[in-house]
Design a protein around this ligand. Sequence first.
Ligand SMILES: [Fe+2]
Length: 334
Amino acid sequence: MSPQSPSDLARSGSLQELYGKLGEVGMGAGWNKPTPSLWPEPRKTFVPVHWQYELARGALDAAGRLINTELAERRNLILFNPVEGNPYATVRTLVAAYQMIMPGEWARAHRHTPNALRLILDAEPGTYTEVDGVAIAMEPGDVLLTPNWSTHGHGNRSKSCAYWLDVLDAPLVQMLEPMFFESAEDETDAVPDDGAEPPPGAATRNSPFVFTLQETLRRLGALKPEPNGPFATQIELGHPALSTAALYMMRLAPDVRTAPFRTTANNIYAVVEGAGATTVDGARFEWRRGDVIAAPAWRPHWHEASREAILFRVTDEPVMQRFGWWREECPATH
Ligand SMILES: [Fe+2]
C-alpha cells in the first residue's frame, strides 16, 4: 500500500475513507473508537472466585509424584481469575499460588523485582525460607516476605511435605514492565552442597521478613473486638509490609457478620483458621482453613464466621493510595 501524504489525508471525501487512511498511518479517530477509554466507575473485569485448599493439596501431591525435584521451585498451582485472556492474575495486580515442597527438597535461590510473600499453611519443623542468606523457620500461620530483589530459596528438612500460599505483585510488574529475574544458583544444582544448607534448628524466628502467627495472635488478643466494622478485629502486618501490598490479619468471632464494603483496591483473602463464608458481589463462598477468596476492585463484600476464624487479607491498597485512586465505601444495604 502506498504511503499516505498530508494532501492524501486532506483530500479524504468521506469519514470511511479517512478512517481507512488513518489506519495506514497508525492513527485512530478518537470520535470513532470501538470501545470507550473512560467509564463512570470501576468495571467488573475480574470476578469473585473461591479456591479450596483441599483440592489444591490433592493436585500438589500428584505433582509431587509426577514432576521431579528440579522443578520444586515451580511446583505450584496458580489461582488465575477465570476471565477471558487471563491465564495468571488472581486479581488485576496480584497473583496467588499454592506451593508444595517435599521432604529433602530445596527450591533454588533466585531473585526478582516482583515483591512476594507467603502464608504458611502446613509445615513441620525443619522447613525454612532463606532470605538474603538468612534462614527463617516456617510455621503454619506465619507470613514471610521476600521483597523486590531479595534473594530467596526454600528448604524442607522435615519428614513431611510443606504447603504454603504465595502472593506476588507480578501482574502489576508485568503491566508496568520493570521485570527482572535471575537465578542465584547453577540450574543443574538441584540440592545445595551440605555446607550451603542451614543445619536443622538453625533457622531464626526473629527477622524483619517474618510475621509469626504467635505474634499475630498476641496482637489480635490485645485488641477490643469490633464485630460491626468491615474488618472485624484487624491488625496490619507492617505498614505497609511491601511497597505494593498491605497485609492484614482479621479475627472473626463465631456468628460475626462484618459490614459490607467496597474499595478500589483489590483484595485476596486466605483462611488461616476457622470456618465461615464470604459474600462477594452476591456470590457466597463457604470457606475452610487454607481456602482463598478473590474480591476484585469495587466488588462489595463481607464475611461471616461459623466458628472463630482468622482471615489473612492481601491488598494493593498502597498502590491505590500512592497514586490518589483509593476510594472505599460501605454501601448501606447488606
Ligand atoms: Fe521467588
